[in-house]
Ligand binder design. Sequence first.
Ligand SMILES: *Cc1c(COP(=O)(O)O)cnc(C)c1O
Length: 388
Amino acid sequence: MSSSEGRIPLSVPTIGGNAAAYLQACLDTNFVSSVGPFVERFEREFAERVGSRFAVACASGTAALHLALLALDIGPGDDVLVADLTFVASVNPIVYVGARPVLVDAETETYGMDPALVVAELDRRAAAGERQPAAIEVVHLLGHPMALEPVAAAAARHDVPIVEDASEALGATWTSGPYAGRSVGTIGRVGTYSFNGNKLITTGGGGMVVTDDEALARRVRHLSTQARLPGLAYDHDEVGYNYRLTNVAAALGVAQLEELDALLAARRAVAARYDEAVAELPELRPAPRAPWADSSFWLYTAALATPDAARRDAILAHLIEHGIEARPIWRPIHATRRYADATRLGGDVADRIFASAFCLPSSSSLTEADQVRVIDALRAALAATTPR
Ligand SMILES: *Cc1c(COP(=O)(O)O)cnc(C)c1O
């Protein structure tokens, strides 16, 4: 089947470069499990790349978040403020540790958590003499940095640690302001990333915790390896987890990291071509982009100028019928069945974004011919569907 006829996926990995050689090296040396030279090398090179002192490789991005929360001693009785508009893996680890997620509405400048709501909540709790949340978990959504600066200022004032879920945004940076030139995930006390198969780089499955805090990094590493103490005779000082990344996965990670700049350039080229097309479709807008941010464009997102969930669904159905995998943006967590009763801050911004925004095929390997097919189908879908 030629590429102009086949199914066009939303986001698939591009595995190349030294991947095969490094995987072969694992087999040749019999280093396949969680002990092996590629794990340390992946951690060291990842930390260098994002500009963090320490990095600990984990079995998944979800495990990375779980370990980050555990290492911050977050548990029963604690609240964690977290973005409402995100993938559920941002929120589940809060429940794993027995804490309570407090869902914070989105804002329209970045689709990230609304910083004004966070600032108001921390100030309100302080004024009322209420206990502050144990952490603020921000999410850099779909590759775009969230507006962290006001959140960080309020968090510092009230002594609340920030956890950055940068799972979707490896490669994204700030271009101006106090964080200019810095990578998402490296501003808060701790940051996490995912190397799931659909993310920008992949290890098949995997994640990373980064921090500048040596004690925190040591604790994350300890918890990820069954909290096993040094020495031969199996002693453990707390409840640990089997969350280490394997050497085979890390070998893939090292090779993928070498390709990161090329993969980012490819995503940005895809985004630029979509931008041109979307600019000519008056009913659509590109997802917002803050002037201070350099997005990784993990998933290119477009939005109906007027929220209209029925029309969004009709457009997606049309695309899927034409072999194009497109998806709505994440369903706000409060609108999922499990979290319908969760405490929320804010209004209906995330709901309105959910009713209008959808993600288009964004693989680094997307060919120009396939992208033309997506754009043609999108144009046809708009013509074939009518506003509410
Ligand atoms: C992918 C993702 C995760 C979790 O990653 P896994 O590696 O799949 O466990 C967490 N948060 C967000 C926002 C994600 O998109």
